[in-house]
Structures are given as C-alpha cells and as structure tokens.
Design a protein around this ligand. Structure first.
Ligand code: SF4
Length: 225
C-alpha cells in the first residue's frame, strides 16, 4: 500500500496536471487502475468504429489493444503477418480512423504532452490525424516541466524501448542516451547516435485549437516506459 503522505502529494500533482491540460483545451481525467482505464475507453469508443494506435506498452498492459482488435475495425500495426508495405499502409490508414490511441513519453505538470518518435507515424497522427485522440498514461509519466520530459526520454523511455526492440542502438547497451542530459544544443537525437535512432522527431502538444479533440486519461499506476 502507498504511504498516505506520498499518495496525497501524488494526488496534488495529478490535480495540477489535469487542470493545466484542461486549460490547454484537452479533456483530462484520472482513474485509479488500468482496469478502470479499459472500462473508460470502452465507454468512449463505440463498437465497430475505425481505430488505430501508436506503439504503446501502456495500451497493451491495460488490455486496450485486445479490446480494439475484438470490438472495432482496428488498423493493426502489431500484426506480425504484415509485410513492411502492409504495415505502412495500416499506419497511413490510421489518419482516417475515428479514434487514435496512444500513450505519452511524458506529461508535464504545465499541461504539455511530450512525444519522441523514430518512424513518426505516431506523432504525425497525433498532431493532424483522427478527429478523436485518446492518450492513456501511467502516473510515472508525469514530470514537472519540459526539461524533465527530455531527460525522462533520454534516461528511461528511449533506452527501455531500444532494449525492447533489440536492434543495437547505443542506449540499448548503456541504459541511457549517448547524450543523457538536457542540453539546448542537443535536445534529443545526438549526431553520434546510429542512423537507426528511435529519436528522430519530437512533438510537444500544448494549447489545442480544437477543444477536446484530445482526451488524456491518467492512471494511478506505473505503466509503460
Ligand atoms: S538518441 Fe540514440 S542513444 Fe539517445 S536515446 Fe535515442 S536511440 Fe538512444
């Protein structure tokens, strides 16, 4: 069980984050568990609609990918039978889905969503894709500000993903980025990182023109990378 004092500070941190996401014209809510997150997603997404997702361990852990596969027309990018062209086709179809789902590399307490991508299908769909976007993020993704978001990706998210993908990127063997700290001259991808880096493009989402296009669900558990 969580220490009650720590739990109280976490609740205050979540409250600040939710308030600032809403000020940035996103719908935002908190649920306690990954089961609650799945329940909420099931309430939002009607059966049979077109859905797509970015790569996300959080969505897998919550059972949301299984739900999408079973109850919606899901443009499946995980299907191992797909050729590289078939996968790319599904990633392109994702722009025309009714709902796009993913997680975040970091959420700042200022109400920003921070994402770093390799192929960048995820960040392009997030910025200008489906009319409805749902972002599910564990409480471990909340950081105070963008500086901490950059460091979170360099020290946790990208190395963990590099290890999962096992393709020999620098951080796969070191557990940390080749350039591990915040540095305004080297915000994300370092020139010395290999050509197959997973940190090519960065998206920071802040105040949105279309109110409530994005729904952020913060889950009170540690999820994903
Ligand atoms: S820039 Fe390269 S070394 Fe740094 S986190 Fe990304 S893949 Fe890893």
């Amino acid at each position: 069980m969580k220490d009650p004092n720590k739990a109280k500070t976490e609740r205050m941190m979540v409250k600040r984050t939710l308030k600032n996401l809403e000020l940035n014209r996103m719908a935002a809510c908190y649920v306690e568990t990954k089961e609650d997150a799945l329940k909420l997603v099931r309430q939002i997404i009607p059966d049979g609609v077109k859905t797509a997702s970015g790569g996300s361990q959080t969505l897998v852990q919550c059972g949301i990918i299984d739900f999408l596969k079973e109850h919606t027309k899901y443009f499946d990018r995980y299907d191992k039978t797909l050729s590289p062209e078939g996968r790319k086709q599904n990633e392109r179809e994702a722009y025309f889905a009714d709902f796009y789902l993913t997680s975040a590399n970091a959420l700042t307490e200022h109400g920003e969503i921070y994402q770093v991508d390799g192929a960048s299908n995820r960040i392009s769909a997030l910025a200008y894709g489906p009319d409805k976007v749902i972002i599910v993020a564990g409480i471990n993704k909340i950081v105070p500000n963008l500086r901490a978001a950059v460091e979170r990706v360099k020290r946790h998210a990208a190395p963990a993903n590099a290890i999962r993908l096992a393709s020999g990127r620098f951080c796969e063997n070191t557990g940390v980025c080749i350039s591990p700290c915040f540095d305004e001259n080297d915000l994300m991808c370092h020139a010395d990182c290999g050509d197959d880096t997973i940190c090519c493009n960065t998206l920071i989402m802040k105040k949105q023109r279309i109110k409530d296009r994005i729904t952020v669900i913060i889950v009170g558990e540690e999820l994903g990378y």
